[in-house]
Write a protein that binds this ligand. Structure first.
Ligand code: DGJ
Length: 711
């Protein structure tokens, strides 16, 4: 290897100057700086890149050019967020790392730093995936005792990237986007909930102002971690702006002894020159490396029966589900001992024989006999005080002994770092999975962790998170085909740490399509549709009380891992017919929806009107969704994103789910034609000029199918 290490993939480049001692410097992260013929810059090109990128030495500042090293510390005169903080009994707070080893193989750069002050040996690993996503992880090994306060992986941003997009939210309003302008100082987002939470930053994106779905240059970070976490975008007057993050540690949480090791979560960085859709495509490509069988159409029993478990009623529900075309039935909360409502039972993971006198076998056999898979709800990390587990093992409950603080949904948290508690959970779940041949676990987590200390008073979110990962990993090892959903009250634990070992998320407890359109649109900024649980609920939403049109609910639930969350036995024959047609449509488009590129149009009426779709080289399925009315009379021409202007296409309206109601004297003429059959349109007309859209009533959706015209 020469002076520079260069990682490149899918149009993204990352260049490190190894000669910039004592700590290598990041020379570039962004668009791949390939030569005209696509080959990588040679050493002289890279030397020129480093030369022209070196800034002035400023007045009233340290007397060296200020660049961003791979491990910024005060030793470099870095006054921003440092790569690490910590101490040994109040000393060794000013690390002075220096590069001692490095290697570059298969797009993987390993840098080893040694620090005489702290006694730490730091291994930093960067790896560029073929999607262009750059992962960064640090491992710290202590030679003497050392308390780690924080470690942040930081990458430099160009000064033109000043518009931040991240997310907030609450239960039933997850992934609510917020944009801010980055000034001098730090824009920081932290989670102290023991999980990312409903208000998780989720993905911090910083771009050149004005970026949208289809255009603009953006740099983004996701911290693949299910515990407490921190994101930062920071700009100081004299040093390069940075984007970074890592685990948020509590005082004393990571105390290393000689030979001990602390590994950071993986930070995932992605760049796009094609706006937020281009960025989403990279995240999706990364996650699609894990091959999953076709995502079965789900029926989840929660909103159909809640805690009212009854074999006959649930069997009738399964019968109706099978007729509609459901492929997996998930028995939700309420099946285990004492769980007749949400005040009791959590922790006692044995079937409640008062409601299931013959165990779950009759129901499981019934479901499987109908040709469907069987899934079961758990909330392993939680406990009600009214449970045998809490009565017999109060020492397994996380928190101040005997004073566990206020309950949340009547529940507390099991200390997974306690080996006995962990083993009990593993055995309980493992036994049930084996006994009933369970195909799928819905893994819930319905409260935040507060005062998450073990009984000796030590903060424990770090260990709790690792123990959770070990628990899931061991279950997966024992049951390789078992699938798991990360639920957490819907959307409370959506991160690529949990998704490295689970198969989808329940995006939100809100099935109201007006809210869901937005929740799914933004969850898809990181996750491909097939990982986003999206169920159709009843007419009146149980979380917003809003009544919505069935065709709108169905069109919304189609664009994810689809399912049903309502009592089918109470549906009219017309509703069942509609759901059956929808199930068939889901199966028809599933190969496209679960492998294609997610595209979203940038519309002036954003918020009132959404246009989104999934496309491949050959076809596309788009949805025009009117969320609310607009002051504009027309919906105007919408340009279809992602298609090729050089090709010809055919389009038609899919009325399988029923047609939306519209508010106009006459729909655009193409609508009438596209309801009758295919309409041929050149790609340039679709991509550059756009299609005049009808004026839908609020709470209505139109499905548009597009295929390449081969005639
Ligand atoms: C919260 C989940 O998000 C719901 O889907 C349901 O499983 C309930 N918990 C059950 O208690």
């Amino acid at each position: 290897m020469g002076r520079f290490a260069q990682l490149r993939a899918a149009g993204t480049g990352f260049v490190v100057d190894l000669a910039a001692l004592p700590v290598p410097v990041v020379v570039h992260w962004g668009r791949d700086l390939a030569g005209v013929d696509g080959t990588e810059l040679d050493e002289s090109g890279l030397a020129a890149l480093a030369l022209v990128g070196e800034p002035a030495v400023l007045n009233n500042s340290v007397d060296v050019p200020r660049r961003c090293s791979v491990w910024p510390t005060e030793a470099e005169g870095w006054a921003g967020t440092p790569a690490m903080a910590g101490h040994r009994d109040g000393v060794a707070t000013t690390p002075r790392p220096r590069l001692v080893e490095h290697s570059l193989t298969d797009n993987r750069l390993v840098l080893v730093l040694a620090d005489a002050i702290t006694g730490l040996r730091i291994t930093l690993t960067y790896e560029m995936d073929s999607s262009g996503v750059l992962s960064a992880q640090a491992a710290l090994v202590a030679s003497e005792s050392y308390e780690v306060a924080s470690v942040s992986t930081l990458l430099p941003l160009p000064s033109r990237a000043v518009e931040v997009l991240d997310f907030t939210g609450k239960w039933c309003r997850e992934r609510s986007p917020q944009r801010t302008r980055l000034g001098h100082g730090a824009h920081v987002r932290e989670s102290r909930r023991g999980k990312p939470g409903q208000d998780s930053a989720f993905l911090m994106t910083v771009g050149v102002p004005g970026y949208g779905f289809g255009d603009g240059e953006v740099w983004a970070l996701h911290v693949a971690w299910s515990g407490d976490q921190r994101y930062v975008a920071e700009q100081l007057p004299e040093t390069p702006p940075v984007l970074g993050g890592g685990e948020l540690l509590r005082p004393g949480e990571v105390r290393l002894g000689p030979g001990d090791r602390y590994e950071t979560p993986i930070s995932l960085f992605a760049w796009s020159g094609e706006g937020l859709d281009g960025l989403a495509a990279r995240w999706h490509a990364l996650q699609r490396k894990k091959v999953r069988p076709p995502r079965p159409l789900v029926l989840n029993t929660w909103e159909a029966v809640y805690f009212n478990h009854d074999l006959d009623r649930l069997s009738a529900l399964a019968d109706a589900a099978a007729k509609v075309g459901v492929e997996r039935v998930v028995l939700d909360d309420g099946w285990f001992r004492g769980r007749r409502d949400d005040t009791a039972g959590l922790g006692d993971w044995q079937v409640d024989t008062t409601v299931w006198p013959h165990g779950l076998t009759p129901f499981v056999d019934h479901v499987k006999g109908l040709g469907m898979q069987f899934g079961l709800w758990f909330e392993p990390e939680m406990v009600n005080l009214d449970s045998d587990l809490a009565r017999q093992h109060p020492e397994w409950i996380l928190g101040v002994p005997g004073e566990p603080g206020p309950p949340s949904r009547n529940q507390y948290v099991v200390d997974l770092s306690n080996p006995d508690a962990w083993a009990y959970l593993l055995t309980s779940i493992d036994d049930l999975v084996s006994q009933y041949g369970i195909d799928y676990l819905k893994w819930d987590h319905n409260r935040d962790l507060h005062e998450a200390v073990t009984h000796d008073g030590r903060p424990s979110v770090h260990n709790q998170t690792l123990a959770l990962y070990r628990l899931i990993d061991e279950l997966r090892r024992r049951h390789p085909d078992l699938e798991i959903e990360s639920c957490a009250s819907g959307g409370g634990r959506v991160d690529l740490g949990i998704l490295a070992r689970t198969d989808r998320v329940w995006a939100s407890d809100c099935n109201d399509p007006v809210e869901r359109q937005s929740i799914q649109r933004w969850t898809a900024q990181l996750l491909p549709p097939e990982l986003i649980g999206s169920h159709v609920g009843p007419e009146r939403s149980h979380t917003t009380s809003r009544r919505t049109e069935v065709s709108f609910r169905l069109a919304t639930a189609l664009f994810g891992h689809a399912g049903i969350e309502q009592d089918l036995t109470a549906c009219s024959p017309e509703e069942i017919d509609r759901l059956t047609a929808w199930a068939a449509l889901y199966k028809e488009f599933r190969p496209l929806l679960h492998s294609g590129r997610v595209v979203r149009a940038d519309l002036p009426d954003d918020g009132g009107l959404f246009f989104h779709g999934v496309i491949s080289n050959e076809q596309g399925l788009f949805c025009l969704a009117r969320i609310s009315t607009s002051a504009a009379g027309q919906s105007w021409r919408v340009r279809l994103p992602g298609l090729s202007r050089g090709r010809d296409y055919r389009l038609r309206i899919r009325g399988d789910l029923g047609l939306p109601s519209m508010r106009q004297v006459r729909a655009p003429e193409w609508v009438t034609a596209a309801l009758d059959g295919w309409v041929r349109v050149p790609g340039a007309a679709l991509v550059d000029a756009g299609v005049a859209m009808p004026t839908l009533d609020p709470g209505q959706a139109l499905l548009l199918e597009v295929i390449v015209d081969r005639a």
